[in-house]
Design a protein around this ligand. Structure first.
Ligand SMILES: O=C(O)c1ccccc1N[C@@H]1O[C@H](COP(=O)(O)O)[C@@H](O)[C@H]1O
Length: 208
């Protein structure tokens, strides 16, 4: 199972989290986020990662040229805004994660074209006025319905030490993603929480 730790702003923390065994490490390239990092910082973060950790850059409604530039640095681009399929399909499928912020079952219809083409999807909690990093727990019942149809799904939205075991006892996703619940303050992780989170997921995986 992929473990993605997101919202990293410091190269030193990126290095430590990579050494702890995170499969994906995310940075936020969205200026309105308190976790925003610029291109120079993203390059520094990339350089601090082990080869086994992929760098994911999170974008919100960026233009095509900017995404192309980011793909020179990032391994994967996470489209966390209102990007539609006709935009997303301009980029290599294996280097893209498309996010759906879920609130109702009718959204499954919009996911179908991505499912048909085997894209990696990330499901996050919907919150009015926020694109992500809400810290609010995702709707597990709705998640279960989506996972019955498709399994290349990274689960996100308010995951932390308080709920990861309970979530994994109910579903077995392709990956899990955590950010704000592992922080001391926005953009700064509590490394001991990150360590425990990764250990819980990896041990759950090897015992099930
Ligand atoms: O963290 C942000 O500020 C952010 C801003 C814009 C888009 C996405 C953002 N964060 C991502 O949201 C998910 C869920 O985060 P959380 O665990 O609920 O805090 C995760 O991928 C974050 O990196």
């Amino acid at each position: 199972m992929i473990v993605k730790i997101c919202g990293i702003t410091q190269p030193q923390q990126a290095k430590e989290i990579s050494q702890l065994g995170a499969n994906y490490l995310g940075t936020i390239f969205y200026p309105k986020s308190p976790r925003y990092v610029d291109l120079d910082k993203i390059i520094e973060i990339k350089q601090s990662l082990n080869e086994s950790t992929k760098l994911v850059v999170v974008v919100v409604n960026q233009d095509e040229k900017t995404v192309e530039e980011l793909l020179y640095i990032a391994d994967i681009i996470q489209f966390h805004g209102d990007e539609d399929y006709s935009f997303v399909k301009n980029f290599p499928k294996d280097r893209v994660i498309k996010v759906f912020r879920i609130k109702e079952e009718s959204q499954i219809k919009q996911m179908e074209e991505y499912m048909k083409d085997d894209y990696c999807l990330l499901l996050d909690t919907y919150k009015e006025g926020m694109y992500g990093g809400t810290g609010e727990t995702i709707d597990i019942q709705l998640l279960k319905k989506v996972l019955k149809l498709y399994d290349k799904i990274i689960v996100s939205g308010g995951l932390g030490l308080d709920n990861i075991k309970e979530v994994l006892s109910q579903i077995k996703p392709y990956g899990v993603d955590a950010s704000s619940k592992l922080e001391i303050k926005p953009g700064i992780k509590d490394i001991s929480k990150v360590k425990q989170f990764i250990e819980i997921v990896k041990s759950y995986e090897s015992n099930n």
